[in-house]
Design a protein around this ligand. Structure first.
Ligand SMILES: Nc1ncnc2c1ncn2[C@@H]1O[C@H](COP(=O)(O)OP(=O)(O)O)[C@@H](O)[C@H]1O
Ligand SMILES: [Mg+2]
Length: 321
């Protein structure tokens, strides 16, 4: 039995959206089942708009007002966090589960110095707490610690702010770290150093869910990879398996769309991801899929397990129309 830190069961989430003055409900996540083993880096990948942030925000109970959780459980440390009251969950968010956002500025308070906001997390400015934040800043390889502590967020570069956020998750001793496109706003060399910090966090026993639209960073850093498309999981496996033998046509298309070492792309994925307000019958990827047959247009495939490699595609399932 794998030791899972987080299990998502049958999770369906959507939004009430007004179209032509009529409010209707549209699904952004469809019956998601996923488990995350402790002490690993798990990638959640797919193009923009496929539901990655909705999933993360559901785990963090940060969904907007027009959202609705239709079904599901999110089991963290043996309790269903969806059943917790906001007051109870606030003890978990930031302490046991923390977020590294795409834009670090969003989670730092512009009015306080880094020292003040890190001490606030620890609830007090004892000498012991100051030592602890210095230790954390050192762990994320910040050199001029005394200067950084006295700085306001706007005085730091994007990469430095991201390091400070990771240091905060260290002082809070979070077990699970959700990183939502943490390097998208950074240039390549800074981005690599932040990803290397995620590997250090794993060495310290943390579990990380890394959300990305960029598969090129996944194979080097992540133990498992899950590919999402329009609110469905279409493929999920250990990264080594998935990159060696990508099964779903969407995964293959994402891989072919990656720039080669010489900066060329083999192919672009045809078409665009649809908004959730478009209702697509059968497999949601079929309008963009070169391999689609009649069954794909009519019936939705199931996520099936082929030797610990899960894929939801009629190419691999026996069908009867
Ligand atoms: N508050 C909202 N109201 C309506 N639709 C939303 C809302 N938030 C997200 N969506 C829609 O849900 C889908 C998934 O969004 P998101 O999870 O942000 O995608 P991504 O994979 O890029 O993180 C998108 O179609 C997006 O437009
Ligand atoms: Mg997102």
């Amino acid at each position: 039995m794998k030791d899972n830190i987080l299990e998502i069961k049958d999770l369906s989430v959507g939004f009430n959206i007004e179209i032509n003055n009529v409010e209707k409900f549209f699904y952004a996540l469809n019956s998601i089942n996923l488990s995350f083993e402790k002490n690993k880096i798990h990638a959640l990948a797919g193009e923009s708009g496929c539901g990655k942030s909705v999933l993360i925000n559901t785990i963090l109970k940060l969904l907007p007002k027009n959202s609705l959780i239709k079904s599901g459980e999110i089991i963290f440390n043996n309790q269903d966090i969806l059943k917790l009251k906001n007051r109870e969950f606030r003890k978990i968010r930031g302490n046991q589960i923390s977020l590294i956002p795409q834009d670090p500025f969003m989670s730092l308070n512009p009015l306080y110095t880094i020292e003040n906001q890190m001490l606030e997390v620890l609830e007090g400015n004892s000498a012991e707490n100051i030592e602890k934040i210095k230790w954390a800043l050192n762990e994320v390889k910040i050199k001029n610690i005394d200067n950084v502590l006295k700085s306001y967020p706007h005085e730091l570069s994007g990469g430095m702010k991201q390091r400070v956020i990771i240091a905060m998750s260290l002082v809070q001793n979070s077990q699970l770290i959700l990183a939502d496109e943490p390097t998208t706003a950074l240039d390549v060399s800074v981005s690599n150093s932040i990803l290397n910090l995620l590997l250090d966090l794993k060495e310290k026993g943390k579990t990380i869910i890394l959300i990305t639209h960029d598969l090129s960073i996944v194979s080097n850093y992540c133990d498992t990879t899950t590919i999402m498309y329009l609110g469905d999981i279409v493929e999920s496996a250990d990264s080594s398996k998935l990159f060696k033998n990508p099964m779903h046509p969407y995964t293959n298309a994402l891989l072919k769309a990656l720039p080669t070492k010489r900066g060329e792309r083999l192919e672009n994925i045809k078409g665009q991801i649809s908004p959730i307000t478009d209702i697509i019958s059968g497999c949601k990827f079929h309008p963009r899929c070169n391999m689609a047959s009649d069954v794909c247009k009519m019936k939705k495939p199931f996520l099936c397990n082929y030797d610990c490699h899960k894929v939801s595609c009629w190419l691999y399932q026996k069908t009867s129309l």
